[in-house]
Write a protein that binds this ligand. Structure first.
Ligand code: GLU
Length: 446
């Protein structure tokens, strides 16, 4: 028999280990609650203690990143790479540069990444990394020097068969270029040690669009399952980064009315809906504007609400695409009062525990990030295989594969999450991901 056989034991154990890591506790508890019965029903899972093993990162690398700013002064940041679980493939997951980054946040992201990556069906393990570096207001030269200093340390821990980082918040194509350049310089090796690369040096078609497009492919599968269609649905999106903008683009292409975008300073509401041209303009200009959304508000004569989120608006579908815990219990209640019908997470864990409880109680379809935002890492997986074989797939074939992968994830959630008269997508995703990892663990022994 194993140590823990009910949720309370598990909770006591994990809370005792990491009492101050609230995001990590939130993510691990949420998974354990859903899989504990499956765990108890399988003797090999218990014998191999898979749940506790899956809740401990295999390795945490914590390092200092000293670099020179434009004034010639030394600045020091903290860098991390959490190699959470490598049972089903090389560690894989993004890098986040943000002043709020800490070990708890990166651990929760690495933990979620393992289950997300398992759901894609590809051979990729789970990891996350980043630094408490704030890129806002930094010159291009400073960004380059920071990326180089970060990679000077990280490079010894990664490689195409070991650990393959990619982008995340504030790590986009520019940063990936600088990071990869430094990796290649030191290792004298061209290859798939990083994904999200530019198309000119081994990147994959559709990688930039993949998370946002994948979210809409998942939404279409959910709507089909519920005999509805995306056309004319009012969709509220938060965020204004890669995920939010590409989700908006794909949703508009399919006839939806996208009424919002947001950032840490407030939200833009456009009641008549944004157009493809508006979103493309934002994508093309966001690097040169201090606040792309206030600029867009002027352009489209939308309303800018300082310090607000989009969740007070009336909408059929909510797609939180900004960051963790951005949609709380109160926002969930307002959305439900306004008759929201579907919630799909575009970011990683953007709904708080309370918000999820509200959605769960109301029984509306709620799809967690580990299922609905898996499109980005899925195309990263395809980038790895293209790099390994020195080939490149066409835009169309990769886009079709992305759609297939998202529909397959949807099906796994349906198969594992079917309850009396509804589909519990969150539970389905947790169980399907857990089974794949747990089975690999059992087969590979202690
Ligand atoms: N950061 C993305 C995620 O949260 C992508 C990771 C990757 O491509 O490795 O899934």
């Amino acid at each position: 028999m194993s140590y823990q056989s009910n949720f309370d034991n598990f909770n006591e154990w994990i809370t005792g280990l990491f009492p101050d890591q609230k995001e990590y506790l939130q993510a691990t508890r949420e998974l354990a609650r859903d899989v504990i019965d499956i765990f108890n029903a399988h003797e090999p899972y218990k014998k191999n203690d898979v749940l506790r093993r899956l809740s401990m990162p295999e390795r945490i690398i914590h390092f200092s990143v000293p670099w020179l700013n434009d004034q010639g002064n030394v600045e020091i940041n903290q860098g991390w790479r959490i190699q959470h679980n490598g049972m089903i493939g090389p560690y894989k997951g993004g890098l986040r540069f943000h002043p709020t980054v800490n070990e708890s946040i990166l651990k929760f992201l690495a933990f979620e990444q393992c289950f997300k990556n398992a759901l894609t069906g590809l051979p990729i393990g789970g990891a996350k990394g980043g630094a408490d570096f704030n890129p806002k207001g930094r010159s291009d030269q400073e960004i380059m020097r920071f990326c180089q200093a970060f990679m000077t340390e990280l490079q010894r821990h990664i490689g195409p068969y070991t650990d393959v980082p990619a982008g995340d918040i504030n790590v986009g194509s520019r940063e990936i270029g600088y990071l990869y350049g430094q990796y290649r310089r030191i290792n004298n090796r061209f290859g798939g040690a990083i994904t999200g690369k530019d198309i000119s040096f081994g990147g994959s078609h559709v990688r930039t669009e993949a998370t946002g497009f994948g979210l809409i492919y998942m939404l279409q599968a959910v709507l089909k399952e519920h005999h509805e269609n995306i056309a004319d649905m009012r969709i509220g999106i938060s965020g204004a980064g890669n995920v939010a903008l590409h989700a908006a683009l794909k949703a508009i292409e399919h006839g939806a009315c996208v009424i919002s975008l947001s950032n840490s300073r407030g939200c833009l509401i456009v009641d008549k809906g944004l157009t493809t041209a508006d979103i493309n303009w934002a994508i093309d200009n966001k690097a040169h504007k201090d606040n792309i959304l206030t600029a867009l508000a002027e352009r489209v004569q939308g309303q800018w609400h300082d310090g607000k989120t989009p969740w007070q608006e009336k909408m059929d579908i909510a797609l939180p695409c900004a960051t963790q815990n951005e949609l709380d219990g109160e926002a969930a209640k307002t959305l439900l009062q306004n008759k929201v019908k579907y919630v799909l997470e575009g970011a990683n864990m953007p709904c708080t525990d309370k918000a999820r409880q509200e959605f769960d109680r109301s029984e509306i379809p709620f799809v967690p990030g580990k299922a609905s935002n898996a499109g980005g890492v899925a195309i990263s997986g395809l980038e790895m295989s293209q790099n390994a074989s020195f080939r490149r797939g066409s835009y169309t074939s990769i886009d079709e594969t992305l759609e297939d992968i998202m529909h397959n994830i949807h099906q796994q959630c349906v198969d594992e999450g079917r309850e009396n008269n509804r589909i519990n997508y969150a539970r389905g995703a947790n169980i399907a991901g857990f089974r794949r990892l747990a089975d690999a663990m059992v087969l590979q022994g202690i």
